[in-house]
Design a protein around this ligand. Structure first.
Ligand code: AMP
Length: 407
């Protein structure tokens, strides 16, 4: 069911409490090092202002773990927002309490007030009822536009909208766009539909692989993740990075056993799953290290650091006729020059897909790689949430979005 969007709310003269993602990197001097997240939130903020709303913005920044930390104040983000909007922005000393209520009471239509870091309160991540009630009391309407935290049931993402009446809750343009692209890819993709998964942590992507196996035509696996499957098959991986075990909530999980079980599912699936044929290896992950091409196995004393040239060719071919691609996780240690080729090749292939179809990039490291190669403009959609986009691809419903009014 489509969700109510910002432009479907009657905002004139109303206090609109908006969850944004201003979790921006700060310099040591405490100014904003990268304002991309703030710039991306501008259309939603401007739409509300133009409609005559009193816009109250709330966000988290970093991990202050429920304590005030002056180094993690949202003031620098508010300052940057003011520069971008070319207007004076008020900042609140906290996110709830008498002083904040007074500031909200003094707002005029079109004004913007930025509340202080939500995570200065332990109640935010704990979805504490009292904290959520105090936040909800500040507003008439609620808008969520922070996809990066949409997979977390926190006070600002779940507790607050749970308290607000029907007819007052909408998603902003950023979340709308995420649902459109990620949702469409999963539900009615133009085919061939190809997924590319890489990175180190198989543990993050088990659910994604399982869900995508039933949806994609092809699944290409790269990065250090591929080595876990190699170990599960009894192939040599030398000194490569392998996520052999993870600990979640105090419980240890054997990832090799998980990979073995996944290989059985892969065997039974209709989707074609492709693993690297060769690897770019070195003795250490260093820019000046001696490199070699090995495959399908990796010799003792060597580490796999990127997919090899033959694999690059195969993956290029498997992407050539794709109409929908979802990509999460680099093919190698793209941060270090000699090991970036595999990831760059996938990036270039997606840029071509964008011309005839839909090329979707998961957030986090994958988005950073696309930026590094200067190809961000050539992607159809780059998700604003790393962890959130992965959970979405697992096919898990987001309760924070379900609680928003239907359109
Ligand atoms: P993830 O968070 O699981 O998506 O992993 C992203 C990281 O995987 C990046 O920082 C890459 O440097 C790293 N990575 C990808 N391939 C390899 C590899 N073959 N060996 C070590 N690290 C890798």
């Amino acid at each position: 069911m489509a969700k109510k969007t910002l432009d479907q709310l009657a905002m004139n003269g109303k206090r609109v409490l908006m969850r944004v993602d201003f979790n921006v990197p700060l310099r040591e001097s405490l100014d904003v090092a990268d304002d991309r997240r703030i710039r991306m939130a501008l259309p939603t903020i401007q739409c509300a202002r133009n409609a005559g709303a009193k816009v109250i913005l709330m966000s988290h920044l970093g991990r202050p773990k429920g304590k005030r930390d002056p180094n993690l104040s949202l003031k620098p983000a508010a300052l940057r927002l003011g520069e971008l909007l070319e207007t004076d922005i008020r900042t609140a000393p906290d996110c709830t309490g008498k002083d904040v209520e007074k500031l909200v009471g003094a707002m005029a239509e079109g004004d913007v007030l930025v509340l202080e870091n939500l995570r200065f309160h332990a109640g935010e991540e704990a979805n504490d009822a009292k904290f959520a009630k105090a936040l909800a009391a500040l507003a008439d309407l609620y808008v969520n536009d922070a996809f990066g935290t949409a997979h977390r049931k926190h006070a600002s993402t779940y507790g607050v909208p749970a308290l607000m009446p029907k007819g007052t809750k909408a998603i902003g343009f950023l979340i709308q766009k995420e649902l459109e692209f990620l949702g469409e890819a999963l539900e009615k993709p133009e085919r061939p539909f190809v997924a590319v998964l890489g990175g180190v942590k198989v543990s993050d992507k088990i659910g994604v692989i399982e869900n995508l196996l039933g949806k994609v035509d092809r699944l290409l696996i790269g990065g250090a993740m591929a080595y876990v499957f190699m170990v599960a098959r009894g192939q040599g991986v030398g000194n490569s990075k392998v996520e052999r075990e993870v600990e979640k909530k105090g419980k240890k999980k054997d990832m090799i056993a998980v990979a073995k079980a996944l290989l059985e599912k892969i065997e039974a699936a209709d989707a074609e799953v492709v693993f690297p044929e060769d690897h770019l290896v070195a003795r250490e992950p260093a820019a000046d290290a001696e490199t070699d091409i090995q495959g399908p196995e990796i010799e003792d004393g060597w580490m796999g650091l990127d997919i090899g040239p033959e694999t690059v060719e195969i993956y290029r071919e498997k992407l050539a006729d794709a109409k929908t691609v979802v990509w999460n996780g680099p093919m190698g240690v793209f941060e270090i020059g000699p090991f970036a080729d595999g990831t760059r090749a996938i990036c270039n292939a997606l840029a071509q897909v964008d011309e005839v179809g839909t090329a979707i990039v998961g957030g986090g490291d994958t988005a950073a790689a696309v930026d590094k190669f200067g190809l961000a403009e050539q992607m159809t959609h780059i998700s604003t949430g790393g962890g959130a986009s992965l959970e979405f691809l697992e096919g898990k419903p987001f309760e924070t979005i379900e609680i928003i009014d239907d359109a």
